[in-house]
Design a protein around this ligand. Structure first.
Ligand SMILES: [Fe+2]
Length: 191
């Protein structure tokens, strides 16, 4: 039997290997997402996303694998977060899993109802394809979260622009608080 090495691996908090790409998101690209970015350096790094796309791009039935590393920074007290998205194909679900750090996974349905799941090392999160999802780092160190999603899911950022997540998450020293965001803040998990 011929044994070969794996084509990608986690290494020192990142994914390395062939067909792994990454990008870094800075505050200057997401200023509108925060309540106020005044006084915070627009070059502040918010998060890095790694994506392992081994198969044919966008092929139905194929899977992508990734990891997002959120920095422990705040923007006028608001916790570091990802841009967040729906999937273009609302029937495409996704798994997230906590690797290290602590945070929240904000989930929002298409009516704007928003709630959160706690993310920590070892937590596993099934994200229904109809739900928007955003990660928030509430801890004192980096939040690292793995993901696996259908290659043809696509990203719908426009829907988030039109209807923002219902809550904003803030950190004051060690205390985590949240505030309703516009008209969408509805705390109940939908029936
Ligand atoms: Fe997703």
């Amino acid at each position: 039997m011929h044994i070969i090495e794996s084509r990608a691996c986690f290494g020192q908090g990142m994914i390395q290997g062939e067909k792994v790409s990454s990008y870094q998101k800075y505050l200057k690209e997401m200023e509108g997402a925060f309540r106020s970015s005044q006084g915070t350096d627009s070059e502040t790094l918010l998060y890095t996303t790694y994506s392992y796309e081994a198969g044919e791009a966008g092929k139905a039935g194929d899977l992508y694998f990734g990891m997002t590393v959120l920095e422990p920074v705040t923007v006028n007290g608001e916790c570091c977060m990802t841009r967040g998205h729906f999937h273009l194909k609302r029937n495409c679900a996704e798994f997230y899993f906590g690797i290290s750090g602590s945070g929240l996974l904000l989930l929002m349905n298409e009516q704007g109802r928003t709630w959160a799941e706690r993310v920590e090392a070892g937590s596993v999160h099934y994200i229904d394809g109809k739900l928007a999802h955003r990660l928030v780092n509430t801890g004192n160190g980096q939040l690292k979260v793995g993901a696996c999603w259908p290659a043809d899911a696509g990203h719908d950022y426009d829907a988030i622009e039109k209807r923002a997540f219902g809550y904003r998450i803030f950190k004051n020293k060690e205390e985590i608080t949240w505030e309703e965001n516009g008209e969408n803040g509805i705390s109940d998990i939908p029936k």
